[in-house]
Design a protein around this ligand. Structure first.
Ligand code: ATP
Ligand code: MG
Length: 871
């Protein structure tokens, strides 16, 4: 069974069981402070499980792109070394929200696996939760009994809390789970040790394929459990593992999901897969990481120096590193694999095909830059190895290489080992730990349980139409971070816009009969709009008037609308390859990142500005449809963003020729934006440009600033023809410079001639000793001019003081040098007196210093040194 059919069969099966089939959410998570990447199918439904939003359907199924490289689930180190953990993988899942529970979940899992996929029943095992005394949860008899209908009792295994009790996080929904494991081993091995003894023992051929989670509790901040009012089912099955079983393979990498990529890596490296374990691991790492990186970039997460972007960068570097060390790649190669991946997976995930060029460019640039880092790192490491005492590299050195130069520790170890040197891993780990603690402490927060004031089904955002409203606080909680306590408030309805979609949240206040409380920020988290206040109302149950700061909101709205107009203008001026890659909208200005493969020229910027300003003057009114279907949005030609999670109902925002899907707040008509001005254009990574711009007041201020500069120049040049006047000044200046230079040369020649004439030889030595106050160029010219005139016996020692900085200058003729006098050594020694140093050649040297008072004595010293040798 081909992998594409395996996936389809899953979706078809659950469709036949009345499940709504939904799209995979983006792999990069927004609006959830606890999660950077989707690591399980349930993430996109978290707001429903948390009770922040009502369910949309009672039953849902999908395939979800997951990434397990950080936080609670981190499989990165295993990937490539084993055959069944990936960084990115697809999780097939079905869900019930207060609808069916354990019985149907187990029945259908069994039916699908044995009747549709026709898996061998004798190789299947199920685990059920044994219970936990500390949590007061009993053995999951119910699940056990359902499995007993299908499996012999020795194929049902009791599992502990670690394996069979699932929790979303420190707090929140949780419950017992029941996993299905499959034994892939050969008959002889099965005969030796029965499968039940191998379950959950990390054997690569006795693996978990499906986890059925029965959410029935809520874990509170104090650790206790309370039953959930509506019980939910959440299941996740590893798609690649399922393909392995159905295709009769022993490794995920031997399936048609990975084989085409591995074949390309083999061809590019000239090495065969399956011949050498180290090369095989490297090929698996690369085949795996290629997917993780490509899908992240497609979802809008570019490699970067912090947070999610840094995680992606590290994955990419890991792949480059394995290719470099084991497959001999010294030039970018991962970028060459994108094309094949896009062809293979583009049908299910069209974002890969649509953004192929961008993905390739970004990867190529990252690879090239990391390969350079590797070269630098290897040089540094060679140095460290050379100076390593007693055949050991200190953990500190290894850590600096790792932390500052991105040089992986295993590579440091490998190279060191090749030269018979060890790395102090213990010390390295300690350093690493210290760093981790540091960042953890900086970010650590204590979040209390929500305190419910009134029960609500959902908090409605009414801020598109209102800037004020009467509201009630539905729940609140206290958040304590480093010496700072804030309160998060949720209202029954709110006019406050919560930070999302690149637009910063509203500020304002809430006021009751007795008190007024400032709202300093508004965030959006798992579908909840959270108002941040520095204090809690004395009576949270009172009715409040919630008031948004109207001016800040209007400015943000102007900038958000301007962002749409810029998007339209860029696509018109530069071409439709322009895709939004990020944006930031505040009352002060806007930032817009987009894919484009070269610098935007000054003329293009002007053209974009002109077009945007034209659209502003056309005063197009906002036309919106808040309840559009995706199909309607497509008909309207609305611009949608990759990596954005759209619900079943979307909001279409239209201003004249610009139509986008957007949840942000916008102005009523483009005219309120006033004017638009771009302030900068730059690259943020290969293939992604950034424009920063301002509108209205801020743009006006920019114009005034430019005008003021011009007026100031006018005052100086005293002419209305500014450009000509300045050009003339520059020209005059250059002419004057040339004239001065000529005069200076003449003057120097005159001075040199007169000095040469008045200097007499004593014992064949013509000593020129004085202190002067020339510029350094004149000083140098003079020295060379003297050398030209006095070709024999020249000993010139001049102390020069220029702008308060003393120098000693020594020039000698060749015969003096031949007598063993060294100008360089002389000035070095003499300059000590003026607290300085310097040097030069044997015949000519200068040294600067910091103490002008000692200049005379330094000159004397230099003369003394020379004379002592000549006599
Ligand atoms: P394992 O113990 O094998 O790491 P898990 O307990 O972490 O699995 P779950 O969190 O229950 O797995 O995820 C549900 C399913 O997703 C698993 O049954 C498995 O088939 C699949 N899965 C989990 N992690 C990975 C991974 N890193 N790569 C591929 N598939 C995975
Ligand atoms: Mg795991």
């Amino acid at each position: 069974m081909e992998s594409n059919n395996v996936r389809q069969a899953f979706l078809d099966f659950f469709k036949s069981k009345q499940h709504e089939i939904v799209a995979s959410a983006p792999m990069v998570v927004k609006n959830d402070p606890t999660l950077m990447f989707t690591n399980a199918g349930m993430n996109q439904f978290k707001d429903i499980f948390l009770g922040n939003a009502p369910r949309k359907w009672p039953r849902v199924a999908d395939t979800q792109k997951c990434l397990r490289v950080s936080g609670k689930h981190n499989d990165l180190e295993e990937v490539g070394h084993d055959t069944y953990h990936h960084t990115m993988f697809e999780m097939l899942g079905n869900w019930s929200y207060g609808d069916y529970f354990k019985k149907e979940a187990i029945d259908w899992a069994w039916e699908l696996l044995t009747e549709v996929y026709k898996l061998d029943k004798s190789r299947m095992y199920a685990t059920v939760f044994e219970g936990s005394e500390e949590d007061g949860v009993a053995f999951d008899q119910e699940a056990y009994d359902y499995w007993k209908q299908y499996l012999p009792e020795d194929h049902i295994i009791r599992g502990n809390k670690k394996d069979n009790f699932w929790e979303m996080g420190e707090t929140g929904p949780c419950g017992p789970c029941s996993e299905i494991h499959f034994d892939l081993r050969d008959e002889e091995e099965v005969a030796k040790i029965p499968g039940r003894e191998m379950v959950n023992m990390s054997h690569p051929q006795v693996i978990e394929i499906w986890n059925l989670v029965f959410m029935q509790f809520n874990r509170k901040a104090n650790g206790s459990l309370e039953p959930l009012p509506a019980k939910n089912v959440d299941t996740g099955m590893g798609f690649e593992r399922l393909c392995m079983i159905l295709q009769g393979k022993k490794s995920n990498y031997d399936t048609d999901v990975f084989q085409p990529t591995i074949a390309r890596i083999a061809a590019l490296s000239g090495k065969e897969y399956g011949k050498d374990e180290k090369c095989d691991v490297a090929m698996r790492v690369i085949a795996d990481h290629l997917r993780a990186i490509s899908f992240s970039i497609a979802d809008g997460q570019l490699p970067a120096n912090a947070k999610a972007g840094y995680v992606i960068r590290r994955i990419l570097r890991r792949a480059v590193r394995y290719g470099y060390t084991y497959l001999g790649f010294t030039e970018p190669f991962i970028c060459k694999l994108v094309d094949g991946l896009a062809k293979q997976m583009g049908h299910q995930f069209p974002e890969l095909v649509a953004q192929q060029t961008l993905i390739e460019r970004v990867i190529e640039e990252e690879e090239a830059s990391f390969l350079r880092t590797l070269a630098t790192g290897i040089n540094l490491l060679e140095g460290v190895i050379k100076k390593s005492a007693n055949g050991k590299i200190s953990g500190k050195d290894a850590f600096v290489l790792y932390d500052t130069y991105g040089f992986p520790i295993d590579l440091t170890e490998l190279i060191a080992k090749e030269q018979g040197v060890e790395v102090d891993i213990e010390e390295f780990e300690k350093e690493l730990q210290v760093q981790k603690e540091r960042s953890r402490n900086a970010a650590s927060q204590d979040i209390d349980d929500w305190q419910e004031v009134m029960a609500i089904a959902e908090s409605e955002f009414i801020g598109y139409d209102n800037l004020e409203a009467n509201i009630h606080i539905a729940r609140y909680r206290r958040v304590k971070s480093k010496n700072n306590v804030t309160y998060q408030l949720v209202f029954d309805q709110t006019p406050f816009y919560g930070n999302s979609g690149g637009q910063i949240g509203d500020i304002g206040y809430i006021e009751s009969a007795n008190e007024k409380i400032e709202i300093v920020a508004t965030e959006k988290e798992n579908g909840l709009i959270i108002h941040i206040a520095k204090q809690l109302p004395e009576n949270p149950a009172a009715e409040f008037r919630a008031v948004v700061n109207a001016e800040a909101r209007q400015q943000a709205a102007n900038n958000h609308t301007a962002t749409h107009l810029v998007d339209y203008a860029l696509r018109t001026v530069l071409g439709t390859h322009v895709e939004q890659k990020g944006s930031m909208v505040t009352p002060e200005g806007l930032r817009f990142d987009f894919s484009h493969f070269q610098k935007v020229t000054a003329e293009e910027i002007r053209e974009v500005e002109r077009l945007v300003n034209k659209l502003i003057r056309a005063n197009y009114p906002l036309i919106e449809n808040r309840e559009a279907t995706m199909a309607e949005a497509e008909v309207a030609g609305a611009i949608m963003l990759f990596g954005e999670k759209y619900g079943d109902k979307v909001r279409i925002v239209n201003f004249g020729p610009s139509t986008e899907l957007c949840g942000g707040t916008h102005t009523s008509a483009t005219g309120t934006i006033g004017i638009f001005k771009i302030v900068s254009e730059s690259a943020i990574s290969a293939g992604v440009r950034r424009i920063e711009a301002v509108t209205g007041d801020a743009a006006e201020a920019l114009v005034y600033e430019a005008q003021d500069t011009i007026s100031a120049i006018e005052q100086i040049v005293r002419s209305p023809k500014l450009v000509q006047a300045v050009e003339k000044m520059v020209e005059n200046n250059a002419q004057l410079g040339r004239e001065i230079e000529e005069m200076r040369k003449e003057k120097v020649a005159q001075v040199a001639a007169s000095i040469a004439a008045e200097t007499e030889a004593v014992n064949g030595i013509k000593l020129i000793k004085r202190t002067t106050t020339y510029s350094s160029e004149v000083m140098k010219d003079l020295a060379f001019s003297l050398r030209q005139r006095v070709t024999e016996g020249l000993v010139m020692v001049i102390g020069n003081l220029n702008d308060g900085k003393p120098t000693i200058n020594v020039m000698l003729s060749d015969d003096i040098v031949a007598k063993g006098i060294d100008a360089g050594a002389t000035v070095r020694e003499a300059a000590k007196l003026i607290n300085g140093g310097g040097g030069g050649q044997k015949h000519y040297a200068t040294a600067g210093g910091k103490n002008p008072d000692a200049l005379d004595s330094a000159v004397e010293k230099a003369v003394e040194l020379i004379m002592a040798k000549l006599n």
